[in-house]
Design a protein around this ligand. Structure first.
Ligand code: ZN
Length: 401
């Protein structure tokens, strides 16, 4: 172990006490003491290392961060996940030759991609002690694709370790699920998320607390609120709009506004990813100007079509996040009505929350919370988002006053 050459996650921490759950590569896996203990036990001399793992937890709880930390521990030159050695640092930086990560923001992971992975899984590690395959969105596989994966998970070569990540175990086919060791991540508290933003990302303390509270345990979202200009203000605006809806006309306008904003946000993200993918593809084909030769046009068109599909999914994801925000606002209203005395998620609009709480009965608010859940289900079940949101906001507009 070297004292210098700090880098990667946990770089601000000294090697520290090995018994500490935040030791070495685990520094950024916050609020998950029992899961971390489970991973670390399996690599201890007394533990037994399963060759297929299923890491579940709600979005933003740190599934892929945990998987990477575990992969680093498996490859670590000292066998501890020190966070200092070359193996630890390259795994965390995504450049270790024996660790393959598959992430997708497409609707599904292609069967071809999984076939490639299965072939990689058959190969002995090049430099490390294990060959590790991390699938970040393992729930986005069709039944046919699960079957391609199944064989390799049933009988992997001795040094291969699979790590599948998904929101919950029920998202995977039972045949896959039953062959994996399950690790369940918790929703991290906003205190530990705020502390992570301060330590890892250098976010100012007050902003870190506000961002973590608004993100309600979603680490990636908290970072966005903390670093993206106007993101917190936009969230606050939406909360205010929701609490001030008067009549169906306003509800219809507000619904259109939300869908437009989600579409713009999704498009911006999808465009950035598509441009990056296209550039990478052209670079790898040895073309540095924008003129695509006819022989490659079909492939470039495929990339563009993928980007469009991705955008459709993203719009729904962004809207779902807006609905979760709305849920937190109405929960604050309910909490006020019931006098629970618990701290508000949306303290910035405390005045409006108090007013809304006085203007309706707790039973009404409970009904609206259910209506939000219904709207989320409808949108994920392919009802046109605008319809679902209009219906929801109209109901809120007439119920809260
Ligand atoms: Zn190490």
């Amino acid at each position: 172990m070297t004292a210098t050459g700090l880098g990667g996650a946990g770089s601000t921490q000294a090697p520290g006490d090995m018994a500490d759950p935040g030791f070495g590569v685990w520094a950024d896996v916050v609020g998950q003491d029992s899961a971390v203990a489970q991973f670390r036990r399996s690599t201890s001399p007394q533990g037994s290392l399963a060759q297929a793992w299923l890491i579940t937890g709600p979005p933003g709880s740190g599934r892929s961060t945990a998987a990477r930390a575990f992969a680093a521990t498996l490859q670590c030159e000292t066998g501890t996940g020190c966070g200092q050695c070359r193996a630890c640092r390259t795994v965390l930086a995504n450049t270790h030759p024996d660790v393959t990560v598959v992430a997708t923001d497409k609707l599904s992971i292609a069967k071809e991609e999984v076939r490639g992975l299965v072939m990689t899984a058959q190969r002995a590690p090049a430099t490390g002690r294990h060959r590790v395959l991390i699938v970040e969105d393992a729930d986005r596989m069709s039944a046919g694709t699960f079957n391609v994966l199944l064989k390799s998970i049933e009988e992997p070569p001795p040094s291969t370790v699979w790590m599948l990540c998904a929101p919950s175990a029920e998202d995977l086919a039972p045949t896959i699920r039953s062959r994996c060791r399950l690790v369940t991540l918790a929703v991290p508290s906003s205190e530990v998320v705020a502390e992570l933003l301060r330590r890892r990302d250098g976010v100012e303390a007050n902003l870190a607390v506000r961002s973590a509270r608004a993100a309600q345990g979603h680490i990636g979202l908290a970072l966005r609120y903390a670093t993206q200009e106007g993101a917190l203000a936009a969230r606050e605006d939406s909360a205010r709009t929701l609490l001030n809806l008067r009549g169906a006309g306003q509800a219809v306008l507000a619904a259109q506004g939300l869908v437009d904003r989600a579409t713009a946000e999704a498009k911006e993200h999808a465009d950035a990813v598509a441009t990056e993918e296209k550039e990478r593809f052209l670079r790898s084909a040895g073309i540095d100007d924008a003129k695509v030769p006819p022989s490659l046009r079909a492939q470039v068109r495929q990339l563009e079509e993928d980007a469009k599909r991705r955008q459709t999914r993203l719009v729904r994801d962004v809207l779902d996040r807006y609905l979760l925000d709305a849920h937190s606002v109405l929960r604050d209203v309910l909490s006020h009505q019931l006098g629970t005395g618990s701290e508000l998620v949306n303290v910035e609009v405390a005045g409006e929350i108090e007013q809304a709480a006085a203007g309706a009965a707790a039973k009404t608010t409970l009904g609206l919370l259910e209506a939000i859940q219904v709207a989320r289900d409808r949108i994920s079940g392919n009802v046109p988002p605008l319809l679902a949101i209009e219906a929801l906001l109209s109901r809120i507009a007439v119920s809260l006053h």
